[in-house]
Write a protein that binds this ligand. Structure first.
Ligand SMILES: *[C@@H]1O[C@H](CO)[C@@H](O)[C@H](O)[C@H]1NC(C)=O
Length: 373
């Protein structure tokens, strides 16, 4: 990723999601180009964030700026991977395929570097999740060999998305901008950076350059089966015995929800996976029907700073948060809703909302208490 060489962005402050943190200076203008990916990864990360990573955006910054929000991660070349890895782990535990997909896409986003045409350093640590480990970040499109490198990254990403049951064409969303002119010290023409464009300015301004065609993606993922552990996780109401059986075979779940096993799979596997799929769907339908009066299953009404917990509605694979994030379990969806509210509340607190982040923490606890009551 590029930024204007020699330019100084002293006026722009980035606020951490903490009342005590000092504003830090930003010097790179593209880390918010794919905002929906950041938003999704933030929500997944916040479910469980043992390394205290301040926000996913830090993983997309150059190392000097990344240090300001890396938490316990000391190898800054690996902050992006560590962020993606934890978000993926959390989304997987929640049976959230969209969250897992976005964690994978996040891993593939380009990181800022110091000048046009400079590639970012690759992380040499191994991610906990093999899906994350199989993906690396886009490189500056003006760097040497970038077109081939970035195409290979997108095809690898598509395979991993396919392997978890996501839509492999989503890999194209990880694309970057048209190359900047190496001789142009401002190099701004092709880029955008707007944290307030929740749809992602690279998409809304039509600046994304796709690295591969849809057909190339389809060809790359042909024969990729949904990994057994993912199928089990996605059908999160599966019994423990189904887990144990599924761990040794490949299970392919079609879009229609039917389950096919590979040639050598035992019948027991088919029934375990089928049970998992059925019970998840049944649970979703039953509890949604039981409580969905008025459509919104989120009953917590606290709204500090005017930020209410986003609606949870029946839909998607069971439940949708804010109409998009899809979950199998209503509990996970409601928890995500509380977490999103906490983030929005903290942002409001840090933007002079007239209350403290601590008040948002208190509200978050009330929200989680309300949804488990
Ligand atoms: C929100 O509250 C829940 C339950 O009290 C807690 O587990 C979670 O860590 C809180 N989230 C934040 C960001 O403080």
């Amino acid at each position: 990723m590029v930024y204007p060489v020699g330019a100084v962005f002293a006026a722009t402050a980035y606020f951490l999601l903490s009342a005590s943190a000092l504003p830090i200076r930003r010097e790179v203008p593209q880390e918010h180009s794919h905002e929906p990916i950041l938003t999704s990864v933030r929500a997944s990360l916040n479910i469980n964030n043992p390394n205290a990573i301040a926000d996913p955006v830090f993983g997309l910054l150059g190392n000097a700026a990344a240090a300001g929000g890396a938490g316990k991660i000391t190898n800054l070349d690996c902050l992006q991977q560590a962020t993606a890895d934890q978000a993926f782990t959390n989304a997987k535990a929640a049976g959230d395929v969209e969250g897992m997909t976005n964690a994978l896409i996040f891993r593939a986003l380009e990181r800022n570097t110091g000048k046009v045409g400079l590639a970012s350093v690759l992380c040499t640590e191994t991610a906990a999740n093999p899906e994350i480990a199989a993906v690396t970040q886009h490189q500056d499109p003006a760097s040497t060999g970038a077109a081939a490198t970035n195409k290979a990254i997108v095809l690898a990403l598509a395979k991993q998305i396919a392997s978890i049951g996501g839509n492999p064409q989503d890999a194209l969303k990880s694309g970057t901008f048209a190359p900047g002119n190496l001789n142009d010290a401002t190099a701004k023409g092709n880029t955008c950076d707007d944290a307030n464009d929740l749809q992602g300015c690279i998409f809304t301004q039509n600046l994304l350059v796709e690295d591969a065609t849809a057909d190339e993606i389809n060809a790359a993922v042909s024969g990729v089966a949904v990994a057994s552990s993912t199928a089990t996780s996605a059908a999160s109401s599966a019994s423990a015995s189904a887990d144990a059986v599924c761990s040794t075979v490949t299970v392919t779940v079609s879009a229609a929800g039917t389950v096919a096993t590979d040639a050598g799979a035992a019948t027991a596997i088919t029934s375990a996976a089928a049970t998992a799929t059925t019970s998840a769907a049944a649970t979703a339908t039953t509890s949604a029907a039981a409580t969905a009066t008025g459509g919104n299953l989120q009953t917590f009404t606290g709204a500090l700073g005017g930020k209410s917990a986003p609606a949870v509605t029946a839909g998607g694979r069971g439940f949708l948060v804010a109409g998009s994030d899809s979950f199998l379990n209503v509990g996970a969806a409601l928890g995500r809703s509380c977490d999103i509210q906490h983030n929005q509340c903290s942002n409001a607190a840090n933007s002079g909302g007239g209350f403290a982040v601590g008040d948002c923490d208190t509200q978050n606890n009330s929200c989680h208490a309300a949804i488990t009551a």
